[in-house]
Design a protein around this ligand. Structure first.
Ligand code: ME8
Length: 516
């Protein structure tokens, strides 16, 4: 048997400072669709998500609620897991930075860097943005505020350990030059290169003014800087440095770290340099996607302008919410969220294009063929163009998914669905039935059924509940061999399949019913 290629994808581990919103759901659902796509196309996949539980921000949030930090995060992390279950996120592992397995690896990491002289003790004096958990020098501030989130920063003066990041700047630049695809999209790579070219300073990697964190093993009044702690999750979760390194050996280096553009710098500069210092392989790619914005700006927990994914799933169903998120945000750019845009997508793409194709064709199959498909005749007229498109679409989708261009992959599938709707208008099966052109009618209806099968197989990674609703209508629920990626060669659907018109998949929503 051929061994499957491995594929390791990660999401950021989110702060349990508050409940998650649809911005976080976007990243995780995008990573999930990549993971599902790779499984569908024959890979052995490891998909990691988790929670980043230490640091001053969490300690303060817990204090405000009169809880211990651990009580506070336990409750919120349960909510993370419930949300991922709700959104059908198929992660293989969920790492918490409060896990014992993680603590050991971070301490070992820190120790090794210290022993080889890459970590040294000094004093930090500068600015700190607690919401971003980031250090800034005076000149990096924007009008005295955090340049990333524009919030107030705090003056910090304390004894700290520093990581000799500056020593690795040249090696990092060379690595980026030799691996031009490492940072995606390219615009973010240019930003990172110019950041490093401005002069990379050593990084403050410990704090002493609070204690909610992982202790520095050789100096317990220090806790490890939360970003050094958090980034290590990508290998601690694989058992790196423990007795059981099987997952690490199998899946490291990661194929993709998928993150939002706000944290590209940590993932493409600090993390690779930490790994370089330990002579470990670097991840293959870091993809920094855009933000989901509201009319009022970036959604953020602290601004309180967040959209709760649970509410959307209750109202519109998980597949529709997933489809919207994945289709709406073009690769690398920001996208604006509004409930109106969500409803429009459901009505046009899901109800009109896909749902209607299935509903109108299965109605005709029941009416004209007593629900039993027939073997198609020789292709003619618009058949060839339709079959050609169906043959090319899986290739195109695969190419887009290789580049993590999820929105383009969905657009390609929907282009095929749109072509099939037009095909029905062109071939007018209702006229063929009236005129008794049975053979031609059989061919047209067969072709449309096959298109629905193609579209559904390809849409599975994005809308994982679709197949169980569509296969019974197409009469192939007990034919798993027709649900696979390999089955996407034309005319695999047997000629005598029994089709049953079923529930409406995506009911149209009245835009006027929205409370604005
Ligand atoms: O940064 N649009 O956690 P975090 C799109 N703990 N994506 C969004 C978004 C929006 N409006 N808002 C958030 C952290 N995100 C660290 C990560 S990893 C080692 C440590 C997503 O809870 C996006 O992926 O602040 C962003 O990078 C991440 O949530 C930030 O989550």
């Amino acid at each position: 048997m051929m061994t499957k290629p491995n594929f390791y994808i990660t999401t950021p581990i989110y702060y349990p400072s508050d409940n998650l919103h649809i911005g976080h759901a976007y990243t995780t659902v995008a990573a999930d669709s990549m993971a599902r796509f790779k499984r569908l196309t024959g890979h052995d996949v490891w998909f990691l998500t988790g929670s980043d539980e230490h640091g001053q921000k969490i300690e303060r949030a817990a204090k405000n609620k009169n809880q211990t930090p651990k009580e506070y995060v336990d409750h919120i992390v349960d909510g993370f897991k419930r949300l991922w279950e709700r959104l059908d996120v198929s992660y293989n592992d969920f790492i918490r930075t409060t896990d014992e397995r993680h603590r050991k690896v971070v301490q070992q990491f820190f120790n090794t860097l210290y022993e080889q002289g890459d970590i040294y003790k000094s004093a930090y004096e500068g600015w700190y943005c607690t919401p971003c958990e980031t250090f800034f020098t005076e000149y990096q501030l924007a009008d005295g505020k955090c340049p990333d989130c524009q919030r107030e920063v705090e003056k910090v003066r304390e004894e700290s350990y520093f990581f000799r990041q500056s020593k690795y700047a040249e090696r990092w630049l060379k690595f980026i030059e030799e691996n031009p695809d490492f940072i995606q999209p390219v615009s973010r790579r240019n930003e990172m290169v110019s950041f490093v070219n401005q002069g990379l300073e050593d990084l403050c990697v410990s704090r002493t003014t609070f204690d909610w964190g992982i202790q520095v093993p050789f100096d317990p009044k220090h806790v490890v800087y939360v970003w050094v702690d958090a980034l290590t999750n990508y290998i601690s979760a694989l058992g790196y440095g423990t007795e059981d390194e099987e997952l690490y050996r199998k899946f490291w280096p990661a194929d993709i770290h998928l993150v939002g553009k706000d944290i590209v710098r940590f993932h493409t500069i600090i993390w690779p340099i930490m790994l370089m210092a330990l002579n470990l392989p670097l991840p293959k790619k870091v993809i920094g996607h855009g933000w989901l914005l509201l009319d009022s700006g970036k959604m953020s927990k602290s601004k309180g302008n967040v959209v709760d994914p649970h509410v959307l799933v209750d109202k519109y169903g998980v597949d529709a919410v997933r489809y919207f998120l994945l289709r709406e945000l073009p690769f690398g750019s920001d996208g604006v969220y509004s409930e109106e845009a969500l409803v429009k997508r459901i009505n046009t793409d899901l109800a009109n294009d896909y749902g209607n194709l299935l509903a109108r064709s299965s109605t005709m199959m029941e009416k004209y063929q007593q629900g039993v498909l027939q073997t198609p005749g020789v292709p003619e007229g618009p058949d060839t163009e339709l079959i050609d498109l169906a043959t090319k679409t899986p290739v195109l989708v695969q190419e887009y998914m290789e580049k993590c261009e999820i929105s383009n992959a969905l657009a390609a599938i929907w282009q095929m669905v749109g072509r099939a709707n037009k095909y029905l208008e062109e071939t007018a099966p209702w006229t063929l039935a009236k005129n008794g052109q049975t053979e031609r009618l059989n061919t047209v209806l067969y072709n449309v059924a096959e298109i629905i099968r193609f579209a559904t197989v390809m849409a599975t990674p994005f809308m994982p509940n679709l197949p169980s609703r569509v296969w019974p209508q197409l009469g192939i629920e007990d034919k798993p061999e027709l649900h696979t990626w390999e089955s996407l060669t034309w005319a695999k659907l047997p000629g005598d399949t029994t089709v049953k018109r079923g529930e409406v998949l995506f009911p149209r929503i009245d835009l006027k019913s929205l409370e604005v």
